[in-house]
Design a protein around this ligand. Sequence first.
Ligand code: FAD
Length: 385
Amino acid sequence: MNFDAIVIGGGAAGLFCAITAGKRGKKVLVIEHNQEVGRKIVISGGGRCNFTNLNVTAENFISQNPHFCKSALAGFTPQDFIELVRRHKIAYYEKTLGQLFCRESSRQIVEMLLTECSKAKVRIMTGCTVTSVSQDGCFEVETSQGTFTSAKLIVACGGLSFPKIGATAFGYDIARQFGLKIVETRPSLVALVMEGKAYTPLAGISMEVIASTKEQAFRENIVFTHRGMSGPAVLQISNYWRAGNPVSFHLAPETDVVKHLTASRGSRKNLGNLLAEILPQRFATAFAEREFENKPLFQMNDGEFEHLAEKLTDWQVKFSTTEGYDRAEVTLGGISTNELSSKTMESKKMPGLYFIGEVVDVTGWLGGYNFQWAWSSGFAAGNAI
Ligand SMILES: Cc1cc2nc3c(=O)[nH]c(=O)nc-3n(C[C@H](O)[C@H](O)[C@H](O)COP(=O)(O)OP(=O)(O)OC[C@H]3O[C@@H](n4cnc5c(N)ncnc54)[C@H](O)[C@@H]3O)c2cc1C
């Protein structure tokens, strides 16, 4: 069967691209190997889908070319997506930091996309796996349910994270087949595993910190896990973390640490109790014991106080690895943006071939940015094909 465009992958980007092209009168087929489309949307945002962010800028994305995402983000903005959500009467709210979530269920977003697909006469095949692609005048797509041809092929296969709900490396395979460069991929928006086991007994403890690397800083919560740390601050900084480089934590961003410590100089209380005034009790005790001797304050000299102040504001933590693709919300890296037009997402080497969404080397922060990239890049390609 012949189509104007075939979209491989019925996730956020693929569906949105198909809707956009279908509304322009294009005959579009979406091929999805799961039994249902949008499985990642369903599980996203704890079942409420953080579908966009009010404060989207190019600075919220990581890519070898930080300017690449600008055109697509300007062409289809968070306001444009919110407008669609409103038209479908989906109740939503701002949780924090501009993050918009469905009030009821992320399934409403999938239903909205399916309704729009149906209006745009998009054909969707689920439970259908694309096994190979070739190009000879048009694209020929071999699938588990037969062969389909089209003038344009849109690769919206997503990244490698969450293989249990359908992630595959197929998008990267197609890129390689057509000679496109791939920026090395790694799991991100993911919990980090600490070197050593000193803090593992603290699993479950949560506290507000500033987590930073040389490039970025995030003031949010961390949560200790059985293997290291999670929580929004750590997920955010995982986008910038590189193996071998420590992450710095300001442990008491609300407190003037030097003033607080100076006020207690010479006191009989021990260090753990002093720290418990500004940090969770169990963490304060563990930190005092593991990083210092947990001794009475009057026994601490000037040098030790200085060292303590430094540790509280710049605790350098080494992580050995991440919790991997099984737990990562996104994949960093992907199809090199040098290979694609930023206006249309079309391959410069292979006309008619497009890459959109997470498979591209554009990765957003935690907070609705990755879905916005999926909508915006899908819209850009959908308008071009
Ligand atoms: C647990 C979790 C929570 C998240 N929460 C949020 C959030 O709240 N907000 C946010 O902005 N981002 C969130 N994300 C990230 C977001 O889900 C992704 O960035 C986004 O879904 C990417 O869209 P995509 O269409 O590019 O890829 P995907 O949504 O991954 O879609 C790709 C599709 O291609 C299909 N596919 C793969 N290979 C083949 C093949 N060979 N043949 C046919 N089909 C194939 C897959 O089954 C999949 O359905 C979350 C991610 C996870 C894992």
